[in-house]
Design a protein around this ligand. Structure first.
Ligand SMILES: NC(=O)C1=CN([C@@H]2O[C@H](COP(=O)(O)OP(=O)(O)OC[C@H]3O[C@@H](n4cnc5c(N)ncnc54)[C@H](O)[C@@H]3O)[C@@H](O)[C@H]2O)[C@@H](O)CC1
Ligand SMILES: [K+]
Length: 637
């Protein structure tokens, strides 16, 4: 799934209209329909109570849909109620919604341990997948298996009727009479999308009132066409500031005030409507992006809509993945509006959501972690790790163990000699090499020994628990210029880089992966941490390209950026992974994958993805994400 900026989107829009000849109003129609369908799904969920039964959920959970198919591993109710391999069961085996296979298709419905049906079930497109009740809560019919006999519903087999007729289920709502939605309409195309959605909602029997933020006469182009069509249909409309708007009486709010064409803090009526919508306590569905979220950076202007659902149009906007905006977006659903993905690919498609599909196709990585039947430990690569010091020996141990769990054949851990007796046996699978000073710290003179140890190794990782020491910049420079294999650089080794003018160092034949957290990134880039967080994707892309490195910018929604100018944004993991040593584990995983022959982009991206999944699995085993410690992530790999 591609991630775009507002500028990318305008260009893709222009090409679709000018090169393909698809009228702009057709795109707006598609947008309106998609938004209406998502509102109807939300209404159904309220009736049916589906998607509410996860045993426990994590704050980061988010649904990102691609053409209606759910991404494996992501759910509406919680990221952790699905097994990383797509198995889809909550800890107790109960679920209140459907089960999705690894490819995102719906597999079947779920029964609780007592054999009773655990809840209502939606198919991958959000329509009723199965079960005894229809979307309006009334019994919808029996369920038939592929052979025509009744499927999971129980009871005797019943032959499938030979002839069926079905209507437009996605735009139908049985209990529509209970709904009244306010549609907040801005004067740009975002407002036009909202009016188009309102027409479909009205067709589904849902009462709607258009609330214009500005005089309706000020709308232009396609938005004006939508205004006129709505008026011709007799849709009720009020103008904010002139007419009374009763937020208390509505059952939901469609936010179509401001989209990708807006800038700065919301002005006048827009600000008042946003504040009123947020304060109403009613569910808000945002068209494209929550109004006055910056579509590129994820910064929020004040006030900014807090959406329950954001129906993002065409391609995922960067700002929806970056905090704080990601926290305002609710569930993000990306819906196609007829702009071909091929156009985004042609344009370079600079950023993608990190999914198994993207790993397989765009990154062309083998995510199966398959082993050759003829393989032996030499087949899977040898990692050299230079890490650990007296007060931070655990960092080295965590990274080394994670590399082994990631599947590499051998790991040699180089560490200060004084520590050797204490770590012998801590992980018997490791090979240990003394390379540091007697006092448990590193020294500049150890560079020659690390270089010697790196000979014949497939990858060298440096940094976890290393500490700083006199001459450390020259020490790192010697490794940078002398190691004839890929390198992973983390932690204090990043601070050494930050203090050096490393662009003047001899350029390397093999790739370098840097894995900074935001503070380390700030030092590398010479800016504040707040500035790093302001646009993580943009910064990672620029830094990786400028310095010719693969960059893993850690934090919520870790960004992987390549020297070729591509970026991948990860959404596995959860806030419980913000715990000491989790970064060391990631370094080990990435090094372990590199050693097995993955290229830098594949190893960084797959490593980040696996690290998050393992964190989810570990938290599930603990039954509480906050109880997670870094070692748990290794055990869950
Ligand atoms: N492929 C596309 O790009 C498509 C875009 N569509 C929609 O069009 C949107 C972009 O439309 P526009 O470019 O018309 O822009 P918007 O609808 O986002 O907003 C532009 C309007 O808002 C006003 N405005 C800007 N900043 C403001 C502020 N801070 N306070 C108050 N008013 C402000 C401007 O004067 C202008 O009238 C997208 O977000 C999407 O919803 C869809 O119609 C379908 C096609
Ligand atoms: K909006």
């Amino acid at each position: 799934m591609y991630i775009v900026t507002a500028q990318d989107m305008r260009e893709l829009d222009r090409q679709t209209i000018e090169r393909l000849g698809i009228p702009a109003v057709a795109l707006m129609e598609n947008a309106g329909r998609a938004i209406a369908e998502e509102i109807i799904k939300l209404c159904r969920r309220r009736f049916g109570g589906a998607d509410t039964s996860a045993a426990w959920t994590l704050g980061t959970s988010r649904t990102v849909q691609d053409g209606g198919a759910r991404q494996p591993g992501r759910t509406e109710a919680g990221a952790l109620d699905r097994s990383p391999d797509g198995g889809a069961y909550s800890p107790g085996g109960t679920r209140g919604d459907g089960v999705y296979g690894p490819d995102g298709t719906w597999v079947g419905r779920v029964y609780g341990p007592d054999g009773a049906w655990a809840g209502r079930v939606y198919g991958p497109d959000g329509t009723w997948g199965d079960g005894v009740y229809g979307p309006d809560g009334a019994w919808a019919g029996r369920v038939y298996g592929p052979d025509g006999t009744q499927g999971t519903g129980g009871g005797p087999g019943i032959k499938r009727p030979g002839f069926t007729v079905s209507g437009d289920a996605a735009l139908t709502l049985g209990r529509a009479g209970a709904e009244h939605w306010l549609v907040l309409v801005g004067k740009g195309n975002n407002g036009g999308d909202g009016i188009a959605a309102a027409r479909h909602l009205r067709e589904a029997g849902i009462a709607v009132t258009l609330v214009y933020a500005a005089a309706p006469e000020s709308l232009a182009g396609e938005a004006a066409l939508q205004r006129d069509a709505a008026a011709a249909m007799g849709l009720p409309a009020v103008v904010y500031g002139r007419d009374r708007v009763d937020f208390a009486a509505c059952s939901g709010i469609l936010d179509a005030l401001l989209g990708t064409g807006s800038a700065g803090a919301p002005r006048g009526a827009y600000a008042e409507l946003i504040a009123a919508a947020n304060g109403s306590g009613k569910p808000v569905v945002s068209a494209d992006i929550p109004s006055r979220l910056d579509a590129d950076t994820g910064q929020t202007h004040k006030p900014c809509i807090h959406a329950a659902v954001t129906v993002c149009l065409a391609f995922l906007k960067r700002g929806l993945l970056q905090y704080p905006g990601a926290g305002n977006a609710g569930q993000v659903v990306v819906r196609s509006i007829g702009i071909p993905a091929a156009l985004a690919r042609e344009g370079g498609g600079p950023a993608s959501l990190l999914t198994p599909e993207v790993l397989r196709t765009r990154l062309q990585g083998d995510v199966s972690r398959r082993r050759s039947p003829e393989g032996h430990k030499g087949t899977y690569g040898h990692v050299l790790l230079a890490a650990g010091s007296l007060s931070m020996s655990g960092a080295g141990l965590l990274a080394a163990r994670a590399a082994l769990r990631a599947g590499c054949g051998l790991v040699t851990w180089a560490l200060p000699s004084m520590l050797l007796p204490y770590v012998i046996g801590a992980a018997p699978e490791l090979m240990l090499a003394a390379a540091g000073g007697e006092n448990g710290t590193w020294s500049a003179g150890t560079a020659a020994e690390v270089l010697r140890l790196s000979t014949g190794r497939d990858v060298t990782a440096v940094g976890p628990g290393l500490g700083r020491f006199p001459g450390d910049q020259e020490w790192l420079r010697a490794l940078w210029e002398g190691i004839d294999a890929p390198m992973v650089i983390d932690a204090d080794a990043l601070n050494m880089l930050a203090d050096s003018d490393y662009s003047s160092w001899t350029s390397r034949r093999h790739p370098v992966i840097l894995t900074p957290h935001p503070g380390e990134m700030a030092r590398l880039a010479g800016i504040s941490t707040a500035e790093v967080q302001r646009d993580r994707i943009g910064l990672a892309l620029a830094y990786a390209r400028e310095h010719g490195v693969t960059l893993v910018l850690k934090g919520a929604h870790t960004v992987v950026a390549t020297p070729e100018g591509e970026a991948y944004v990860n959404i596995t993991g959860h806030p419980g992974m913000g715990t000491g040593g989790a970064g060391d584990v990631l370094t080990g995983i990435i090094a372990g994958l590199l050693a097995q022959g993955l290229n830098a982009a594949q190893a960084a991206a797959f490593g980040v993805y696996l690290h998050g999944l393992a964190g989810e699995r570990a938290a599930r085993q603990r039954h509480d994400p906050s109880a997670l410690i870094a070692g748990d992530i290794i055990e869950a790999l």
